[in-house]
Write a protein that binds this ligand. Structure first.
Ligand code: SAM
Length: 344
């Protein structure tokens, strides 16, 4: 893939701002809805994926990301589905890395299940990627297989190893699941912190039909925090990411622990991000059915005027907050899209 023609300026006059005064400078891009795992809380086992013809090409994804960067996005995260299973995806990473060199972008990163990291870690580092988030919910090989349905724990651990060897900082993200990994959190934390990796815990969110109810999976993280507090000293850290996680330092391990609690406590007031899918749909809120099409304006003209106007319009209708709820009366998806479509 060759680099797209657009070279954005390194400073932007007016950053994108939504109707609630929030600056939008963080873009998450799902570059494929496909994945080599079928995590029980994320997908149904027999998922139907988008026809390949509907996907934006890597060149189109580059142009779309570059248009956002030209409008003030400073941080770009590639996700999915599993971003590392999209064919030729490293050419997109390499091409986008030019924005790091110009200073237009502060960070290019990705969220991955780690299964392909051993193959790509060194090249990611070479492209200027400095950190990756790896999703890993358990260190028990049988439970790992049960949760991911198709995954191999050894392979993911080898991927994490390769990433660290390549000099990438690794953060582990774990969805806490009732009756599954909820009792393993202290040992997962000691493992991550022992290797110098942060750990962020995530409440399961009601996204998409998965073939079972959410009430059977959901554990409020307030409960996990209370259990941890019995044995560990958790010191609140000031928020630094503008994101939905709240962090503590665990005094006994010296490591950082994050909590993403969209159900028990959300932080929509500081939301700085929007998401685009691999078909060019923009979702300005993870927990809302809002959506606008950017593929049509992207394809309608080789210059970016229409696209830029469509982006402005979408940002102008970003909702104030999300619609998540899980209880016995609402044991259905709040949002019909799966996380693999929107991009976690
Ligand atoms: N395949 C990559 C990975 O595994 O990290 C990126 C995509 S995955 C959809 C991104 C993150 O979303 C993962 O950490 C996954 O555990 C999380 N996730 C998926 N479905 C979720 C749900 N319903 N609630 C909370 N987190 C979810």
């Amino acid at each position: 893939m060759t680099s797209a023609a657009i070279t954005p300026p390194t400073t932007v006059d007016r950053p994108m701002t939504d109707p609630f005064g929030r600056t939008i400078d963080y873009l998450r891009v799902s570059i494929t809805d496909r994945c080599d795992f079928r995590c029980v809380y994320c997908m149904a086992e027999d998922m139907t994926f988008l026809p390949r013809a509907d996907l934006l090409t890597l060149e189109e994804l580059d142009r779309l990301c570059s248009a956002f960067i030209a409008k003030g996005v400073r941080k770009l995260r590639l996700t999915g589905g599993e971003p590392l299973v999209r064919r030729n995806m490293m050419s997109l990473v390499r091409s986008l890395s030019r924005h790091l060199k110009t200073g237009a972008l502060d960070e290019l990163t990705l969220t991955t299940n780690g299964s392909q990291l051993a193959r790509f870690a060194a090249e990611l580092a070479d492209c200027g990627v400095r950190r990756v988030n790896v999703s890993l919910d358990t260190l028990d090989p049988d439970e790992f297989r049960r949760i991911t349905r198709w995954g191999d724990l050894e392979r993911v651990l080898a991927g994490i190893d390769a990433a660290r060897t390549a000099g990438l900082a690794v953060k582990i993200n774990s969805v806490v699941l009732k009756g599954s990994n909820e009792d393993e959190i202290p040992s997962l934390m000691r493992w991550a912190h022992g290797l110098g990796m942060g750990l962020t815990l995530i409440e399961v969110m009601p996204l998409g039909e998965i073939g079972e109810g959410r009430i059977d999976q959901y554990v409020p993280l307030s409960l996990i925090r209370a259990r941890l507090s019995a044995n560990y000293t958790l010191t609140d850290l000031p928020d630094s990411t503008g994101g939905p996680a709240r962090y503590v330092r665990v005094e006994e391990t010296g490591g950082r622990l994050g909590f993403i609690t969209p159900l028990t406590h959300n932080f929509c007031e500081s939301c700085n991000r929007v998401r685009i899918t691999c078909t060019g749909t923009i979702h300005t809120c993870l927990g809302h059915e809002d959506a606008s099409d950017l593929r049509r304006p992207l394809r309608a003209s080789p210059d970016d005027a229409l696209l830029s106007a469509a982006i402005d319009q979408a940002i102008g209708s970003k909702p104030k907050g999300h619609d998540f709820i899980i209880d016995r009366r609402h044991n259905r998806p709040s949002v019909s899209r799966h996380m693999s479509v929107t991009g976690g």
